[in-house]
Design a binder for this molecule. Structure first.
Ligand code: GH3
Ligand code: MG
Length: 457
């Protein structure tokens, strides 16, 4: 798994050193000698990760970080700040500025690579979601205000620790920013983590249970796979730390826990999760819009095509009970409704027609708006006799009760229906729909308000 890394440092020797290390691991590198150029390059070149030195003339690393995180085009790019050893204040300022991680000088190669791998994985997930989001953004669906509210919100934090006293201390500190709960029983914690939890703070030094195994469990279950985990480790247990990162722990804090650092890291993790949630939500919404007709809330033609293809492929594989029928329905003399009562009245009739159609087909049937005043019902596992029966029921439910318009008019509406049933091997969705359409045509020709079956030729 490779990625493009932008290295930002004003000292050329530092740049070359990092560049050599990264290229040896097959990362692609870009370099910038100062903050101003780094920001330009981040916007222009869209690197996957930014390695940013704190100490630089003009604009320092914090300010670069802040600006990158404010910019819509760069805020999704993970930033690793490189600070001086023991630069506790540096690290806190960096995390406050929105940095995703930090490393201390001299940079430990193994730690650098482990952090890079973790961030590249995350970046790929975010990219994937962003690509889909951009199509909904074009459709005007995402709302910056909603986004800002979501990512700045406080979160639900679950603390798992066998040491109740430490857990209470963590609760008090994290409780300033978030809603917290703690658990000492790993089994119970797994169950809670499947619920509305934004972050798990895990004591990896716990003696009463195997914390690494617990992480492995969390990562194998669908409901908890995505939960961010912030682990508390012993500073000198480097192997455990690497194992934890490898298993999917998102971040670590060494003991004794610096509470300010913990709070800052928790905030970063929760923000990141909110961002993912936000992208997923807009994605679901745009998906729904893509297959729904806005006037009737029935599914649209795209949805029909997809499911008709699936249903016919199933029937073509040979099982007789997988037979498929379709109804094609076209409202009679609909143009007259528009011409006489106006287009809005026409819309009302279409909506009421859709409502009656939905009420009179079965749960397994899929009523869709095919276009204008034309509808198709896809009926999986339905033979011709049943399809005919349902078509007749719909026809009479439309014809027998007048449509009441909002302005008080009562309209007599009728519909012509064509019915077609799949023949198995050799039959296609196009040809099935064509036969149903021919049925509609014949119904219109022979006086409308009737159902015509197009039997297999
Ligand atoms: P027929 O019985 O032969 O089907 O006659 P018809 O008048 O129903 O058929 P025609 O195809 O001549 O006219 C359909 C009309 O439906 C034309 C179009 O303007 C109107 N229409 C299509 N979509 C909508 C819509 O969403 N709202 C409204 N109000 N009218 C629509
Ligand atoms: Mg019509």
């Amino acid at each position: 798994m490779t990625a493009r890394v932008l290295i930002v440092d004003d000292i050329a020797a530092n740049v070359r050193l990092l560049q050599a290390k990264l290229e040896a691991e097959y990362y692609e590198t870009l370099t910038a000698p100062n903050g101003r150029i780094a920001i330009e390059m981040a916007i222009e070149d869209q690197p996957d990760i930014i390695l940013l030195d704190v100490m630089m003339p003009e604009i320092d690393g914090y300010e670069v970080c802040r600006q990158l995180k404010e910019h819509a085009e760069t805020r999704h790019i993970p930033i690793i700040l490189i600070t001086a050893l023991d630069g506790r204040e540096d690290r806190l300022s960096g995390l406050e500025a929105g940095a995703d991680d930090f490393l201390t000088k001299p940079v430990d190669d193994v730690v650098l690579m482990a952090r890079l791998r973790a961030l590249v994985r995350l970046k790929q997930m975010v990219d994937d979601l962003r690509a889909r989001e951009s199509s909904s953004r074009r459709a005007g669906l995402t709302d910056q205000a909603v986004y800002d509210r979501q990512i700045s919100a406080t979160g639900n934090v679950l603390i798992l620790d066998d040491n109740a006293r430490q857990a209470e201390r963590l609760m008090m500190q994290l409780g300033e920013d978030h809603r917290c709960a703690y658990e000492t029983d790993p089994e119970k914690a797994l169950k809670i983590a499947a619920g509305r939890v934004d972050l798990v703070v895990l004591n990896l030094t716990a003696k009463a249970f195997d914390a690494l195994r617990w992480v492995a469990h969390l990562r194998t279950h669908e409901a908890t796979r995505q939960r961010p985990v912030l682990a508390i480790i012993n500073a000198d247990e480097r192997k455990v730390m690497l194992k934890a990162l490898e298993l999917g722990v998102n971040d670590v804090v060494p003991r004794p826990v610096d509470m300010l650092e913990l709070r800052a890291r928790a905030r970063t993790q929760i923000k990141r999760k909110r961002y993912g949630d936000f992208l997923r939500n807009t994605l679901d919404r745009s998906l729904e819009l893509a297959i729904t007709d806005p006037l009737t809330h029935l599914n649209n033609r795209r949805f029909l095509d997809h499911h008709l293809n699936l249903a016919m492929a199933r029937h073509n594989r040979g099982a007789a009970e997988d037979v498929v029928s379709v109804l094609m329905l076209d409202i009679d003399h609909f143009k007259r409704v528009n011409d006489t009562y106006g287009h809005d009245a026409g819309d009302e009739v279409i909506r009421e027609f859709a409502r009656r159609l939905s009420l009179n087909v079965r749960a397994i049937d899929m009523p869709c708006r095919f276009g204008g005043e034309e509808f198709v019902v896809l009926m999986p596992g339905t033979d011709q006799a049943d399809a005919l029966h349902i078509a007749e029921r719909v026809r009479s439910q439309v014809a027998d009760t007048p449509f009441a318009l909002a302005d008080g008019h009562l309209l007599d509406v009728t519909v012509s229906v064509g019915v077609a049933t799949s023949r198995g091997v050799g039959d296609s969705p196009e040809s099935l729909l064509k036969r149903a359409d021919e049925g509609v045509y014949e119904a219109k020709q022979s006086g409308r308000n009737r159902v015509i079956v197009r039997a297999a030729a």
